[in-house]
Design a protein around this ligand. Structure first.
Ligand SMILES: [Zn+2]
Length: 151
């Protein structure tokens, strides 16, 4: 059994439940029109084209994945956070979390959360929604650590 599958089994036994919402869809034609992301001008010029309403995605859908992981208040480990990480995550506020995980409750596999988009994707935990601010790999690929901020 690999270190990762051992840690995933540990998450499933002892972790807390959360749900990951991951939005995906077809990129809107406006997105690559001038290579600069969302373009309201494109939609003014081509009103008959599919409209992403500012999201950059058309025909988008949201996948929900039930997971188990460990959650701690970020403030609890605040003084132990290295300065370079503090620079990346910016100012944190009470209620922000650090999450260790993350095991898919259906497959027991590691859910790679590094691809979640801060703007559109989120993690629901304890009846609150959190954006993923930063993801780190744990040593030996055991799992991932994420900084979560209130959405
Ligand atoms: Zn668009």
């Amino acid at each position: 059994m690999s270190k990762q599958s051992r840690f995933m089994a540990f998450c499933l036994r002892n972790g807390e439940s959360a749900t990951i919402s991951n939005s995906s869809g077809t990129a809107c034609p406006c997105w690559n029109w001038r290579g600069s992301g969302y373009s309201p001008e494109y939609h003014r010029l081509y009103p008959a084209s599919a409209n992403c309403n500012g999201t950059g995605l058309v025909s988008s859908s949201t996948a929900q994945t039930n997971v188990k992981a460990f959650f701690y208040p970020l403030g609890m480990v605040g003084t132990k956070i290295p300065e370079d990480i503090k620079t990346v995550i910016g100012e944190t506020v009470e209620g922000d979390l650090i999450m260790y995980g993350t095991a898919n409750t259906s497959t027991a596999a590691l859910v790679d959360i590094s691809a979640l988009e801060e703007q559109e994707d989120y993690i629901a935990y304890n009846s609150k929604n959190y954006k993923v601010r930063k993801v780190y790999d744990m040593p030996h690929g055991t799992g991932q650590v994420a900084i979560l901020v209130r959405k």
